[in-house]
Design a protein around this ligand. Structure first.
Ligand SMILES: Cc1ncc(COP(=O)(O)O)c(C=O)c1O
Length: 366
């Protein structure tokens, strides 16, 4: 049989072997301690901070999508902290994409630089230079919220241990480990869980020593997810491929609509053939994701657009079933214009979504 496709892979990912009378996906295991006699390290479970059967199933599922081992954390940021703190110490050098998620940049400023880690922030053209002699290279592609696309193979090939934050693409659209990255990080708060109702993050790697360091970190730092959140995420995994299909179609349709208007500037979506990242994205991705961005020129016009939209909810985050958008400058932290909007396409019917975006743009003009 040929390689199974994405839907085939996700519908049974991490499920136990069929057993008469048992459910397909066993329920969440709620326990702090487990019955334990003798050696805690050889017991199937001892104390949830050390491991939990509900995590193990989902880790097997998402790790399998990248032919790697996966480790869960309580959020994408907890996963980022684990990666940074297991790889860097005083005197280490971190080279980082200046446009990467602002929370990760804030973590390095608040907690790494004061502890003697040199952080070199660089825009896309300077990243390879900044990585020279660095201990860790951190990048995000497509980046959030500016949708810059990096050539992952070229950067991971520089010989520096490379982390790719794969959150905007996810494991079905992009496999950074195949392109030479040492780790991928995914906030499963987004498309992986997909219903905007939980927070979760994970790291994948194919290196068992790196994985052991992360497991030791999680156990000692206690940045563990709750079993119910993990179970909910696992329950959502079988629909990931079909959700993504609609989200990518809707994102492309909205991007095309926006790019064709002369009252909208700076539309970025790697699926548009005119996008500066399209060629590289076409080579390294199996789809272009749900997130796009554009500029309505002023705070007032962007806010009028968001207020007038009925099928585009004003909220942060992305990758969920509802279409969301926000004026990104309201948070601070990103170098974007006041009228810059990030939009995450959901699962609405395409025609309805386009009609709504069009009417909201009309309302924003007045
Ligand atoms: C690219 C990226 N990485 C990491 C994170 C952090 O994930 P979480 O919000 O699950 O902590 C986010 C959150 O928006 C993100 O967009």
């Amino acid at each position: 049989m040929s390689e199974p496709g994405p839907s085939t892979r996700v519908v049974r990912a991490g499920l136990p072997a069929p057993e008469q009378g048992e459910p397909f996906l066993p329920g969440p295991v709620f326990a702090a301690p487990f019955h334990l006699t003798g050696d805690p390290y050889t017991s199937p479970a001892a104390y949830t901070r050390y491991g939990n059967p509900t995590w193990a199933r989902y880790e097997e599922a998402v790790g399998g999508l990248e032919d790697a081992e996966a480790i869960l954390f309580s959020s994408g940021m907890a996963a980022a902290a684990a990666l940074l703190l297991t790889n860097l110490k005083p005197g280490s050098v971190l080279a980082m994409d200046a446009g990467c998620y602002h929370g990760v940049r804030a973590l390095t400023t608040a907690h790494l630089e004061p502890r003697g880690v040199e952080v070199r922030l660089a825009p896309p053209p300077g990243l390879a230079e900044a990585a020279r002699g660095a201990d860790l290279l951190w990048l995000e592609s497509p980046s959030n919220p500016e949708l810059e696309v990096y050539d992952l193979g070229a950067l991971a090939g520089l010989g520096v241990t490379t982390v790719v934050d794969n959150t905007t693409a996810g494991p079905l659209l992009q496999r950074p480990l195949d392109l030479g990255a040492a780790y991928t990080l995914t906030s499963a708060t987004k498309q992986l869980s997909g219903h905007a109702d939980l927070m979760l993050g994970y790291v994948t790697t194919r290196d068992s020593q790196r994985m052991q360091a992360l497991r030791d970190w999680r156990r000692t730092a206690g940045s563990i997810p709750g079993p119910f959140e993990v179970w909910l995420a696992h329950r959502s995994l079988p629909t990931l491929a079909v959700r993504l299909e609609r989200m990518c179609d809707n994102a492309l349709a909205v991007a095309r609509l926006l790019a064709a208007r002369d009252d909208v500037d700076g539309v970025r979506y790697p699926g548009l053939p005119s996008d500066p990242g399209h060629e590289v994205a076409q080579r390294q991705m199996d789809g272009y994701g749900s997130v796009l961005s554009f500029d309505l020129g002023s705070e007032q016009r962007a806010e009028r657009f968001l207020a007038a939209a009925r099928l585009v909810t004003d909220a942060t985050s992305f990758g969920g079933v509802q279409t969301l958008a926000e004026r990104r400058a309201r948070w601070g932290g990103d170098a974007v214009p006041e009228g810059f909007i990030r939009l995450s396409a959901g699962l609405e019917d395409t025609a309805d979504l386009l009609a709504d975006v069009e009417q909201a743009l009309g309302a924003a003009a007045s």
